[in-house]
Design a protein around this ligand. Structure first.
Ligand SMILES: O=c1ccn([C@@H]2O[C@H](COP(=O)(O)OP(=O)(O)O[C@H]3OC[C@@H](O)[C@H](O)[C@H]3O)[C@@H](O)[C@H]2O)c(=O)[nH]1
Length: 282
């Protein structure tokens, strides 16, 4: 939105499943719902976006000689049997499960990118993005950080799925943006893990949200979803060595920035009433 007044900025609303012809130098191919709730909602559309959408964008890159960056995902590792995950690990993915439209879709997208690179000389870059959070995320995105933050602010219980012992590693959005730009401007194809190696169980995450928003925030256990990966943590040695990149913002520093934005959007100008809140909108 903040680019709308820039005369060099043009917004085109388009579904990548349909072909598109544009004159461009670089393509950041980010299209696809990333929240499990949203990508499972219409799985056929999700896999079409990942396969047909990626084909169309690679076709465009080939035609106009653009450099193409694919935002792949840590989900290509599935429920990993190797920990932390290194880019050379091939993963443990269920090909017929409820998450397959996304994880197999992104794996196919990686295959397509490499085939266009080897076969047609397209300059490609592949990022495998680990769990990311930050300001301006949809309040009803459905992923864990935004759920816990919105729930704690609204005095609703935080919904922990399963026993809460599964782990994730949470990256602040500005670190990811920096990593994507370095990857695009650099000379290495990848794939590169882009994530923050700081690993938390969901119960630990709930505790950090309590510390940040409300020490009295409650937890409610819910049944876990099918095929939920048990653990996830990036090995970022390759990105450090070849892109000179590593994340700078740990969870306890990034979360208050997201809380401040969510507070503003949920409550508008009205001050939150409860005095138990121990963090101001910093
Ligand atoms: O309210 C919630 C939501 C989620 N969870 C749990 O929190 C963990 C993380 O779940 P999320 O929905 O945030 O995200 P996932 O790790 O499952 O998938 C994400 O992986 C990395 C990215 O590619 C994508 O953003 C997304 O697919 C899961 O174990 C889930 O069961 C809760 O305990 N409570």
């Amino acid at each position: 939105m903040h680019h709308f007044k820039n005369p060099s900025f043009e917004l085109i609303r388009h579904d990548v499943v349909e072909p598109l012809l544009l004159e461009v130098d670089q393509i950041y191919h980010l299209a696809c719902p990333a929240s499990p709730v949203h990508y499972k909602h219409n799985p056929v559309k999700t896999i079409k976006t990942n396969v047909v959408g990626t084909l169309n964008m690679l076709g465009l890159a080939k035609r106009v000689g653009a450099r193409f960056l694919l935002t792949s995902t840590s989900e290509v590792y599935g429920d990993p049997l190797q920990h932390p995950q290194v880019e050379t690990y091939w993963g443990n993915v269920n090909p017929i499960g409820v998450r397959s439209c996304y994880d197999e879709g992104k794996r196919t997208a990686e295959t397509l990118a490499m085939d266009y690179h080897r076969g047609a000389g397209v300059e490609v870059r592949i990022a495998r993005i680990f769990n990311t959070y930050g300001p301006r995320m949809c309040i009803d995105d459905g992923r864990v950080v935004s759920n816990f933050v919105a729930q704690a602010l609204r005095k609703e219980p935080m919904t922990v799925y399963g026993d809460g012992k599964q782990t994730r590693s949470f990256q602040f959005v500005s670190d990811l943006v920096e990593g994507l730009m370095r990857l695009m401007e650099g000379e290495h194809v990848g794939p590169f893990n882009l994530g923050n190696p700081g690993e938390f169980t969901m119960l630990e995450l709930a505790q950090v949200v309590q510390e940040t928003i409300d020490p009295n925030a409650r937890i409610e256990f819910r049944p876990n979803t099918e095929d939920d990966p048990h653990k996830r943590k990036p090995d970022i040695t390759k990105a450090k060595d070849l892109l000179g990149w590593e994340p700078k913002i740990p969870l306890r520093q990034g979360l208050p920035m997201m809380v401040s934005d969510f507070r503003q959007r949920i409550f508008g100008d009205h001050k939150e009433e409860d005095t138990a809140t121990n963090t101001s909108s910093s």
